[in-house]
Design a protein around this ligand. Structure first.
Ligand code: MN
Length: 440
């Protein structure tokens, strides 16, 4: 099991200026893929780490020999070293010992009392780039994307709306982490516009379905965990080994077309209502960075079957905000605040369940949590729930009203774990809704 170590010390400070409410202090050190602005070979995508408002180019540190003492020394060398590639799949496949060694090295290099990088003006100029001069890209090549449904509050709310109070939770829900296999090709990085999908819908009182732009476009507040080392086809990952396969987490917005969903979802679950876009935040916050915020999850009753019984605490205290900005608004307004710790099924149980059949997992697979709603009304993680299917529209500070998202609306997710005098944050997961195509 991961342990707290010197990289988690709340007193650590970097020589890089970091605002107290920055998402990226020296205790975080999230990994991403970026491309430098400008022209020439410097525009090649490579791996970076965020600190304050800077991106640290890991390929430049590798070229300077700064990872030579780590277990990845052989992996980072050369043109095709793991930090010189356009995705983090290679690094995430190496596993916890390598991740931890790189984190320790970076933490030491960025400390305010270490002159090695601090006083090397040449290396700093080439390896530390303002994030404003960088384009942040998808951090991994996602082979498979699975979306769980692991918030009891969300499943209950949706169940009440669609089936009534008596049948809110399906009989299987408390026994296994329900999920569906999603679409990896349309996972996009924060900032990518999202086009309103068109599809088949059928009003309750209509005789036949019709085709057109979705009128009930929604967001879903979720988090996702990236698989690191994979598994062999036929070999399940035991629930108590699962944490060694989990690299880190991002914010996820599982955009959803509720009217398409309602007509298509039975009997096999979501399909076109979900496959047009899923937005993720660009920085992967490692499980090690989140270690100080690991907490006990909700009590599970009935007790899960043995293969799902995880030892220890595998929930995380991560504050999650949802904001919306309509074209009439200068500043975004918060419409929900939830927390990752509300999740009923934890990430280790999700991975164990996913692989229990022998389904092989691969580095870069994305497991999303499902909508994360809390017990209170203002903690609901979708418009479907916040407006109770449109029957209680949201009142925005601009005087506008929203039941579902309109063209031009921007939806923003933020998340962070609050430490003593610092926060380990996720940055933002944002996207603007573009009008549907006029013809199909
Ligand atoms: Mn979802």
């Amino acid at each position: 099991m991961t342990q707290l170590n010197e990289t988690h010390d709340p007193r650590l400070r970097s020589f890089v200026p970091v605002a107290p409410d920055s998402d990226f202090p020296i205790q975080n050190l999230p990994f991403g893929i970026f491309r430098r602005g400008g022209s020439g070979s410097a525009t090649r995508a490579r791996a970076g780490v965020a600190i304050g408002d800077l991106v640290v180019d890991l390929s430049a540190l590798a070229a300077a020999g700064l990872f030579d003492g780590t277990p990845c020394a052989g992996e980072v060398r050369g043109e095709n070293g793991i930090f010189s590639r356009a995705d983090l799949n290679g690094f995430s496949a190496l596993g916890p010992d390598a991740w931890s060694a790189v984190r320790k090295t970076l933490s030491e290099l960025l400390r305010d009392d270490n002159p090695r990088l601090r006083d090397d003006a040449t290396l700093r100029a080439s390896a530390m780039i303002p994030v404003a001069d960088c384009e942040l890209l998808l951090p991994v090549t996602i082979g498979d994307y699975t979306d769980f449904y692991s918030s009891k509050e969300h499943a209950t709310n949706v169940g009440i709306m669609f089936r009534g109070k008596e049948n809110a939770l399906m009989p299987n829900w408390l026994h296994l982490p329900v999920a569906y296999h999603g679409r990896a090709s349309s996972v996009v990085v924060s900032g990518t516009p999202v086009r309103r999908p068109s599809g088949q819908t059928k009003a309750d009182d209509a005789e036949a379905p019709s085709f057109g732009p979705s009128r009930l476009l929604d967001f879903e507040l979720e988090m996702g965990v990236f698989v690191g080392p994979g598994s062999t086809l036929g070999d399940p990952i035991a629930v108590d080994d699962a944490h060694r396969h989990l690299f880190g987490m991002v914010l996820v917005n599982d955009w959803s077309a509720r009217d398409i969903q309602k007509w298509e979802y039975q009997p096999l679950g979501p399909f076109l209502a979900k496959n047009f876009a899923t937005t993720i935040s660009p920085w992967i916050v490692t499980m090690e960075a989140l270690e100080p915020f690991r907490k006990q999850g909700p009590t599970q009753d009935p007790e899960p079957l043995p293969y799902l019984r995880s030892q220890g605490d595998w929930s995380y205290d991560i504050v999650l905000d949802v904001l919306v900005r309509t074209p009439k608004m200068e500043e975004p307004a918060r419409i929900s605040r939830s927390n990752f710790r509300y999740m009923y099924w934890n990430v280790c149980q999700q991975l164990a369940h996913h692989s229990v059949t022998g389904c092989n997992m691969r580095p870069g697979d994305l497991l999303a949590s499902g909508t994360i709603s809390g017990p209170e009304k203002e903690e609901r993680g979708s418009l479907l729930e916040l407006t109770w299917r449109g029957s209680e529209p949201l009142q925005l500070p601009s005087g506008e009203e929203r039941k579902f998202l309109l063209d031009g609306d921007e939806l923003i997710l933020r998340g962070w774990a609050q430490g003593d005098g610092y926060r380990v944050g996720f940055g933002e997961c944002r996207g603007v809704v573009e009008p549907a195509r006029t013809s199909v």
